[in-house]
Design a protein around this ligand. Structure first.
Ligand SMILES: [Zn+2]
Length: 152
């Protein structure tokens, strides 16, 4: 997850890719690349929990992360002149779409996305990639900071 990190990557891509379709594709690809960086958020969906509890925990984390995302996105849009908003929107949507599909599946259990969600979870939780949530927050926070340093 860490929607704010994926958004920062999308904003960075929107700065260097002027075409909305290419920016969307790059944002989408960037999501899976960033998912290789350990997250430490596996504890949110512990297999001992019920599906309802996992859903509440993941949606709660996404809500908090979404607040951070919106704050930084608004600051960026406010302080950065001459943005092509179509490109920004395309890149950010591409960078968030994989997790949005996960969230949609979490709520609806739509069978169409079941295989994708399992594949995404495997990519996200590679064996030997587990971190404690404290270390995950540190790693993702540093990734977030590095992306923002590129943006400013
Ligand atoms: Zn992901």
């Amino acid at each position: 997850m860490y929607l704010s990190v994926h958004t920062a990557a999308g904003l960075g891509l929107a700065r260097v890719i002027p075409n909305p379709i290419a920016a969307f594709a790059a944002g989408l690809l960037s999501h899976f690349v960033l998912d290789f960086i350990p997250h430490g958020d596996e504890f949110l969906a512990d297999s001992a929990f019920t599906r309802a509890r996992i859903r509440r925990r993941l949606l709660g984390a996404a809500f908090l992360d979404g607040i951070i995302l919106v704050i930084f996105l608004l600051i960026y849009l406010w302080t950065t002149p001459q943005l092509n908003l179509n490109v920004v929107a395309a890149a950010v949507i591409g960078s968030l779409l994989p997790d949005a599909i996960n969230g949609f599946y979490l709520i609806t259990q739509a069978p169409l996305f079941k295989r994708y969600v399992h594949w995404h979870a495997k990519l996200h939780n590679l064996p030997g990639h587990e971190l404690s949530w404290q270390k995950g927050i540190l790693v993702q926070g540093l990734t977030f900071a590095a992306l923002w340093l590129l943006l400013i």
